[in-house]
Design a protein around this ligand. Structure first.
Ligand SMILES: NC(=O)c1ccc[n+]([C@@H]2O[C@H](COP(=O)([O-])OP(=O)(O)OC[C@H]3O[C@@H](n4cnc5c(N)ncnc54)[C@H](O)[C@@H]3O)[C@@H](O)[C@H]2O)c1
Length: 315
């Protein structure tokens, strides 16, 4: 709390946008600043809600020197960051992530946006936060399903680039130990990757490990399988493909599957490989150029490989 106060000191005017579900704590943190509540669900992640935020800022005579602080999960930072990115052609933005997923992923890297006609994140801008303030107490009220989603993204980040912390994080999750050191490490990895490739021209794509499958699983299940669970299942598929293409050593998939199970993450999805691959190919509209798929050479080492549709279906 004091850390946030300190971080906000340099900004002459601060406006807060917070998720209604964390209202009590958010209002405490917003003391002395004008604060607006939003409904943080995908149906409200819209241009209309971003417009409402802009209107509230205008009604409060917010100028270019204002800072917009979001307090909430990825939906709140995506909408609030987007509103900050477009209000008066851009005011500064900062965030207090309140979900595990936002702490390790959504709050970092400057992607902001809203959905359009049910299509996710169709409209958005790159707008980097001035700072991300971690307040771990928010995790105490987070539902199990949301914690699982965050754990999947946390382990994904270490699988991509930090094998040592992957093993340690798996153990910490299993034993129910404090995850804060791992949250900080995973956030730093995402920060470093997005600093090197802010606009996702190449390197940043590795953060999408497992996500091609995850999107297909979510779509096929008509969203009854959550994004977090789909990511865990997708990572297992990516590992299996890496093995089948002889990119990863034999046994890698079994080893990650055992780790995920021990961490309470789902590993098996109800759809056959071919069904999912058809959906992936359709989604990505893979032409003659093939698809950029994120694969694992080993634990802690992800690579981007361009794979033809034929090879994908064969393996
Ligand atoms: N910008 C990016 O780089 C990026 C990356 C990943 C995901 N995202 C986006 O983030 C969103 C998902 O983020 P999320 O998982 O943080 O979801 P979220 O913001 O929807 O939060 C999940 C649920 O938990 C509730 N909640 C939030 N904090 C809580 C707390 N401390 N205690 C109790 N309940 C709490 C929310 O109201 C919501 O119901 C998606 O819209 C996705 O597109 C963005």
């Amino acid at each position: 709390m004091n850390e946030l106060k300190h971080l906000l000191e340099p900004y002459p005017r601060v406006f807060v946008v917070y998720d209604r579900k964390v209202e009590a704590k958010a209002l405490q943190l917003s003391e002395g600043h004008k604060a607006f509540a939003i409904d943080a669900d995908e149906n409200h992640k819209t241009l209309g809600q971003a417009e409402d935020i802009c209107r509230s800022l205008m009604n409060e005579n917010a100028n270019r020197d204002a800072l917009l602080l979001t307090i909430g999960g990825g939906i709140t930072s995506d909408i609030g960051g987007f509103a900050a990115g477009i209000y008066k052609r851009g005011i500064r933005f900062a965030t207090v992530p309140t979900t595990l997923l936002a702490m390790v992923d959504a709050a970092i890297g400057g992607k902001t946006g809203v959905n359009l006609d049910g299509y996710k994140n169709m409209i958005g801008v790159f707008h980097r936060p001035e700072f991300v303030c971690l307040i771990p107490e928010f995790l105490e009220t987070l539902p199990e399903k949301e914690l699982r989603a965050g754990k999947a993204e946390l382990l994904k980040t270490f699988l991509i680039q930090d094998g040592e912390n992957y093993t340690k994080a798996v153990q910490a999750i299993q034993k129910g130990e404090d995850l804060l050191p791992f949250i900080k490490k995973a956030a730093a990895i995402k920060q470093s990757i997005t600093d090197q490739d802010p606009r996702e021209k190449s390197l940043r794509k590795i953060l999408n490990l497992g996500h091609s499958w995850a999107h297909a699983i979510e779509w096929k299940s008509q969203e009854s399988i959550s994004h977090g669970d789909a990511v865990a299942m997708g990572i297992i598929r990516a590992a299996r493909l890496s093995e089948n293409l002889n990119i990863a050593p034999e046994g890698l998939t079994d080893s990650i599957t055992a780790d995920f199970k021990a961490c309470g993450l789902p590993t098996e999805c109800p759809y056959a490989d071919t069904e999912l691959l058809q959906a992936i190919l359709k989604d990505k509209k893979a032409g003659g150029k093939g698809l950029d798929i994120i694969l694992l050479e080993n634990i802690g080492k992800a690579v981007i490989k361009n794979i033809s549709a034929d090879d994908l279906l064969e393996h």
